[in-house]
Design a protein around this ligand. Structure first.
Ligand SMILES: Nc1ncnc2c1ncn2[C@@H]1O[C@H](COP(=O)(O)OP(=O)(O)O)[C@@H](O)[C@H]1O
Ligand SMILES: [Mg+2]
Length: 383
């Protein structure tokens, strides 16, 4: 997408030069949404900054779409209050909230050509003539669809159709762009390309964006901040780095990235924590939560484990290499360590030590700083 040319000309882009910290974004105060007696969104509080790319991330059915539609005004919350740009919008109908919405299924109008699809929202806002034409031209240029004005949707690829839908949402220059899994229907390569384009576009427009996805890679790569949602509740809010490296609970740690999560018993003092696993092996922890004591969950990422030959001095985790999966840039292993579940290990393909075969005995090493501890009564989440 060709966002930079738009940034040079569009008033919406120039407005970014005013101090964004003074501009309110979207405030959700104690929002709950019910369908009949079923509570789908429960006491959500979020403060989204103006210009921010904010993602609602969670498994299917956790209430993301419902929350997004409440912000758009399609559903009325059961309790709580929503503000956009500093004004409470609870009693303002959807079409007057000035949000641009990109729905989960493209929602391109099949009977309208590209130009008319993009111009659609402008007409209903009484923008017509030269101003509308200029907006459509600019917006199509931004999404790299200049020259496609007369094409009908069926003459476009999936990615192009989705660009049209995005163009239609931003042509109205909404205060907030709301996107519901906009890339979910595209193939993997296109998804990554459009994702990068979308990020450049959003940054250059400086438009407050609330993005819904169940895809953690998408959330991590796109967001300024994200909220991890499960069962209608916000579990954690933070930057992608915060949430990935310092998950606040076991449920967040399990949902974000791959991980090994094991029961253990933590002891220690003076800044040293040792975890005794049920196999009798010990592991040192200095990472997040390493002040936990007693019965705990210990967690570490597969890519933070390295494999070594077993020596007499190996006091850490020792096991037998089981499944080996070659994945091109890396190799993944399941290692049977006499625990209630096997440990997943991921090694960069070029760094696989000599002689590592299925059936080999190996010693596992994890940097203590990469070892996270969670209280023993933390609940695991079934995803
Ligand atoms: N209009 C509706 N009426 C009744 N239940 C609904 C409605 N929309 C969604 N739900 C239920 O609310 C829950 C959350 O749905 P949704 O917000 O679509 O989740 P997500 O977008 O995270 O997959 C689901 O259990 C779903 O079945
Ligand atoms: Mg949904």
């Amino acid at each position: 997408m060709n966002a930079m040319s738009f940034a040079d000309t569009a008033p919406v882009a120039r407005s970014r030069t005013s101090d964004p910290s003074n501009v309110p974004g979207v405030e959700l105060v104690d929002i709950s949404v019910r369908f009949g007696s079923l509570t789908v969104v429960s006491h959500v509080n979020l403060s989204i900054k103006a210009g921010e790319f904010f993602t609602l991330l969670g498994p299917s059915g956790c209430g993301k779409t419902t929350l997004l539609r409440a912000i758009a005004g399609f559903y009325r919350q059961f309790e709580g209050s929503i503000s956009i740009g500093g004004s409470v919008v609870d009693d303002i109908p959807a079409h007057r909230r000035n949000t641009g919405m990109v729905f989960q299924n493209y929602a391109i109008f099949p009977h309208l050509n590209v130009w008319d699809n993009v111009a659609y929202g402008l007409a209903s806002r009484k923008i017509s003539g030269a101003e509308a034409a200029q907006r459509v031209t600019e917006t199509l240029e931004m999404v790299d669809l200049k020259g496609y004005e007369k094409r009908m949707p069926k003459q476009l690829s999936g990615g192009q159709q989705q660009r049209v839908v995005i163009a239609r949402a931003i042509a109205i220059r909404p205060r907030v762009l709301l996107m519901d899994e906009p890339l979910a229907n595209l193939d993997a390569k296109l998804r990554v390309r459009l994702r990068n384009d979308l990020k450049i576009l959003q940054r250059s427009l400086g438009i407050t964006t609330i993005y819904v996805t169940h895809d953690q890679e998408e959330a991590l790569s796109l967001s300024d901040r994200l909220a991890v949602i499960s069962g209608g509740e916000v579990l954690q809010v933070g930057t992608p780095e915060d949430v990935y490296a310092r998950p606040g609970t076991l449920r967040v740690a399990e949902f974000i990235g791959e991980g090994n999560f094991l029961r253990g018993h933590a002891t220690g003092g003076g800044g040293r924590t040792t975890v005794l696993l049920r196999s009798g092996a010990t592991i040192a922890a200095t990472g997040p939560g390493s002040d936990c004591r007693g019965e705990i969950w210990v967690g570490f990422r597969p890519q933070d484990v390295s494999l070594h030959p077993v020596t007499e001095a190996s006091s850490g985790i020792v096991g037998t290499l089981r499944a080996r999966t070659y994945l091109g840039s890396y190799v993944s292993y399941e290692v049977d360590c006499g625990l209630d579940r096997s440990i997943s290990v991921q090694v960069v393909a070029t760094a696989v030590p000599e002689g590592m075969q299925e059936g080999s005995q190996v010693a596992l090493r994890v940097e203590p700083a990469q070892v996270m501890l969670f209280p023993g009564d933390d609940k695991a989440v079934e995803l």
